[in-house]
Write a protein that binds this ligand. Structure first.
Ligand SMILES: [Mg+2]
Length: 173
């Protein structure tokens, strides 16, 4: 498979992870979610999980198994967030390496195509999800309202490069 196909999300949400509803999971027969942490669940410079995300976790866990898999090497940060949402976690995952994401999927005991990899980044989250034959979901980054916009973020570079390669990032939900 070529890089373009590996970078193509199965689903592009028009907002942050909290826009993912039980109805969307049902539509695509998704029974488990592997969630990225930084800028998917919590803005990078914040420690606390927002009330919106906490409410979303309560709703979505009724229909889906959940794991957090982060590339962040700070166990204290990821453990604190995982504890706040009461979801098991793996950190230092080196996505797009498959090892730890595969480990999380195995713990769920679900077929890989019924588990979605959910994240804000194409070259880590979407790529590892597609490499494993999972359903891949690209979300808008969770950015704190007080943060200054970063037009030259790595995410934007990835978006531009992927589109140049032919990846479609049209909202598909
Ligand atoms: Mg992220």
């Amino acid at each position: 498979m070529n890089l373009e196909a590996h970078l193509q999300p199965n689903l592009v949400l028009d907002g942050p992870v909290t826009r993912l509803t039980p109805e969307i999971l049902q539509k695509y027969q998704i029974k488990g979610l592997v969630l990225d942490v930084d800028e998917t669940l919590v803005p990078i410079r914040e420690q606390k999980v927002s009330p919106e995300v906490l409410d979303w976790i309560v709703e979505i866990r009724q229909v889906s198994a959940l794991w957090l898999v982060s590339n962040n090497i700070s166990q204290s940060r990821i453990a604190a967030i995982a504890q706040a949402v009461d979801v098991p976690y793996l950190f230092g995952a080196r996505k797009p390496s498959r090892r730890k994401v595969r480990q999380a999927v195995e713990q769920m005991q679900l077929p890989q195509n019924q588990v979605a990899m959910v994240g804000d980044r194409l070259f880590t989250d979407v790529l590892v999800g597609n490499r494993l034959g999972m359903f891949s979901i690209l979300v808008e980054p969770m950015i704190s309202p007080t943060a200054t916009p970063r037009p030259y973020s790595l995410r934007n570079v990835e978006v531009a490069l992927s589109q140049w390669l032919g990846v479609s990032l049209k909202i598909t939900q």
